[in-house]
Each structure stands twice: as C-alpha cells, then as structure tokens.
Design a protein around this ligand. Sequence first.
Ligand SMILES: [Zn+2]
Length: 456
Amino acid sequence: MNMVKLTFYGGVNEIGGNKILIEDKKTRIFFDFGQSFALGPEFFTGWLEPRAINGLGDYFEFDLLPKIKGIYAEKLLASTGLPYVKPRIDAVFLSHAHFDHVNPIQFLDPAIPVYLGEGTKLFLECMEDTSPMCSFGKHAYHKFRTGDRIQVGDMVVEPIHVDHSIPAAYGFLIHTSDGTIAYTGDLRTHGPRKDMTEEFAEKARHSEPVAMICEGTRMVEAEQRKNFSELQVESLSDKLVSSTDKAVFVARYSRDVDRFRSFHNVAKRNNRRIVVSPKTGYLLTKLATDKHLNLPDLLHDNSILVYYKRKKSGRFEEGDYYAWERQFMDRMATYEDVHKNQNELIMDLDFYQFAELIDIKPGLGSHFIHSMSEPFSEEDIEDAIMHNWLKHFKMHFHQLHASGHINKEDLANLIRLVKPKRVFPVHTENAHLFAKYMPDLKDRMTLTEKEKEYKI
Ligand SMILES: [Zn+2]
C-alpha cells in the first residue's frame, strides 16, 4: 500500500487549469493538462500576451505553468533556466476538448503520448484547421471510446463518457496498486445525456474508489445566476420564436453542439432556417463523421445556411475566403439575405461579430438570445457594450442558458452515491464548501493544495 501519489499542478482554487499527476510505482500519468482561465491576469491582458518566440520563458517568468523536469519540449525550454531531460511522464489523458483542460499540451515533449476521446481529437483538429496560430503539437495520439481499458505501465485507465457542454467528455476510473481513483473531469446531470453521467457514477460506485477527484465549478454559497436544463432552454426558445415574426439572433458557445441542436430543433419547428458561421459549418461537417454524436449533417441538411461576412473584395468572391471556408459557398447567406428573410431565420451571432448588425439592419424589436453564462462581474465591459448595441438596434434581450456543470445538490448526491474513501475537490474556487455542504462526508474531504504530494 501507499504506492500511489497524487499531485495537483492546476485546478486548485481555480475553475479550470486542471493538471493532475498520478504516480504508481514507476508509472506517471497526467490527467488533463489545461490552461488557467485567467492566464496571468496581473501581467497579461488583451493583446499583451506571452510571446511565442520566447517558448516557455514568458510563462515561467510569472509561474503560469509548473517548472517540472521531463515534461516539456526541448526547444521551448531554450530560453528558460530549466534543463531539458528526456520525458519522465508516460502519458497524458485528456477528459475533453475545452482549453482549460488541453491547451498547454502544445508545450509538452512530443515524445509523450496523448490519450483522448475520438470526438476530442476531432475538436482539436478543427481548431488547428480553422485557427492559423493553433497547433497542439506532434504527439502520438491514442483515441479511446467509453469502456476501453488502457494499460499504461502499472495503471489501467478506464474512460467512461459523461455529459458536459461539449461532446466526447469523459470521466476516468484509474485502477492503481492502491485501488481505484475516480476522476470526474467536467460533468453535469441536467443535460440531454445525463444517462452518460449516471453510467459514470454507477461504474465509479461499483469500483469502490479509494479516492475521487471531483469538479466543483458550481460549489458556491448561493447561486446568483439563472440556470436551466437543456430541455428548458429549448422549450423557452421555442416559445419565444413561435410568438414573433422578427429576427432572432443567438450567442452561444461555438463548440456547445447540444445548444446548436436545441436551436436547430426550434428553427425546424417554426419553419425557420438556422444560420451559422463558416467555423461552425466546418465543425458540423467534421463531427458528422462521428455517427455517435447524432448531429445534423450540414452538407445534406438544407435547413442550415452559412453566413459569409464581407471580406477583401467585399463581393463574396471565392478568393476572399480561406480554403476551409469555401466549401459551404452554395449555402451562403449574406447580410442582404439575412435582412430580407429575417423572419424566417435564427442566426448565430457572436459578440465579436456584432458589427455585422450594421449591414444586416435588423427590424425594430428583433430578438437576441444570450445563451451563455451571465457575466462574472457587474463591471463587465463587454456585457455593457453588448447592451449598448442591442439598445442601439432596439433589440430585445433574453438570457437562456444551461450550465455545463453539475449543481451543488446533484454533486452532493453524486459523491454520496459513489462513496469514495476520500474526495479531492478540483476545478473550484470553493473547495472548503464541500465539507460545509456535505457535513456527513466532512472527514473524507481533502483541501487540496497546489503542488503538494498526497498519498492515498
Ligand atoms: Zn469543460
């Protein structure tokens, strides 16, 4: 016993940035290798960001990534004091494709293999294909599906699918010499695939885990924000769309395809078509290759149009667009098309694309559904600007969102069901509230500290 060690290099007292090292005898595996949501906000903001030319130098200057030997790529260490040594990590397992779980894998030694869900690989490829600066590095990528058992040295890792705001999200059962450790990744119980989260919980319970590494995004004293289930978002949107003959615009997280599906359903039910960006078009075509995701295929579904902004010549010519954008030009909706057919469309409109409204000229009393988290602070500048635009165009604002994360009550029920011997909260700003809201489990809670080694 006591062969297994846990160290948390991120995700401690913060939402995101999970980097969890599990060691069993000579085997060392990272579970997630994510970036903190606020990347050194005391030092970087907007366009003032770490320079790529300095490799890991700018990150190490402000302790934005852990200074550990044997994990990073040799050339990125050149300008740092950390000497390069051959990899001391056997693998990295990714729970899902959100950047706070995956982004810094680009800095890892390419010799370290990366294990990820089939769908997660599609998401990473999409980002690389459509964002010129994006590259996750040339690792050996091993794809898994739910229920696989993957032996890496002394550990066996069993990924089990969970429901989250991006498809291909997994929790892990990590079978070690000291027993099983359950890691939740990010999950929820109020989404369209809550059955997957239940399956994870059931299998975790069955494995009688010695430890549970558990997300706690919504572990707060009192929840201030409105949160619906995915079904409620769909039915409330349906109610709105069916009662108006005006344009309806939607801002949602671009990779939340459950939300896309909800609005696609609403559009079809109301004889409207849905307008997406070329980036979403590209993502949908890619994800359509994975039948498990059960998404509409843009190339065969005429209810989906693709919005092309004016670029370069301003005349919507093929050469104005990137090669990956061009494949949907036969589905093109321009600002004029949207203007003319506004009562027959539901259009994705991201905050950063708001200038398109100047061309589209939405009719008075059009609707804007903000289908994302409410702002974190009352002084949120972008939120104020968004409302200025809506006021300018005399549009109605609606807040309709379902969180990607489990709420406090369901989380307590999940932990009680799984019955782990110990709980390590991660991905939360309020680890201390775990004990407060689960007094019956107080003795099992560990107030995780960053970079401290825990034996189980
Ligand atoms: Zn996530």
